[in-house]
Design a protein around this ligand. Sequence first.
Ligand code: SAM
Length: 209
Amino acid sequence: MTTEDPKAYWEEFYQTKRTTSSGTPSGILLRVTTDMASGHALDLGSSNGDDVIWLAEQGWDAVGVDISETACERARARAEMLDLKGTATFESMDLTERQPEGPFDLVTALFFQSSFDFPRGEILNKVSKLVAKGGTLLIVAHASAPPWASEEMKERAKSFPTVASELADLQATEDEWDFVQVGIATRSAKSPEGEPAQLEDTVIHLRRK
Ligand SMILES: C[S@@+](CC[C@H](N)C(=O)[O-])C[C@H]1O[C@@H](n2cnc3c(N)ncnc32)[C@H](O)[C@@H]1O
């Protein structure tokens, strides 16, 4: 594994580790979009495409971007199989180099985190500007290491985003945004051995005024 070349790292990840799609969207995405009218959505770090495909199934015109062409190709194949080729689209893109063109009614960044340094805050700040008037920004990040984490992961967790760091990166103010949910949320999960656990996420759910 190389930590110097993010594209190579994520390609290897999708070719050897996360090789299949879960087929299910993130629980928080389901909750947040329940009462929203469908529109144009952007998902950063779209992985195998589960969230984008689910949005398209709900009537959204959804775009996923990810640095891994393998992940995008897999997501495209599944969208095509589900007859969603026109409304669930995927573009392989290094978001440190460029960003998609907006505006979007919904921008999501779910666990858009990496085991090595990258200018995540800068990317989120730029992308937050693509949220249309009345549109939603949803950023969810691991807030702490899971109980089964290795010492290395626990060490890395010390630099996970906090609510304060997320708001500072976004330069989000209540003049510009409604703070719908901003804080730490717990989520039920299972360890690799199947043991139940509660995990903590940093949730930033804003609506542009
Ligand atoms: C931890 S995964 C999260 C994936 C998914 N959103 C989820 O909730 O499971 C982070 C994703 O961000 C992507 N990524 C990392 N750096 C990126 C970059 N510079 N530009 C675009 N995507 C990137 C990775 O390929 C990976 O799919």
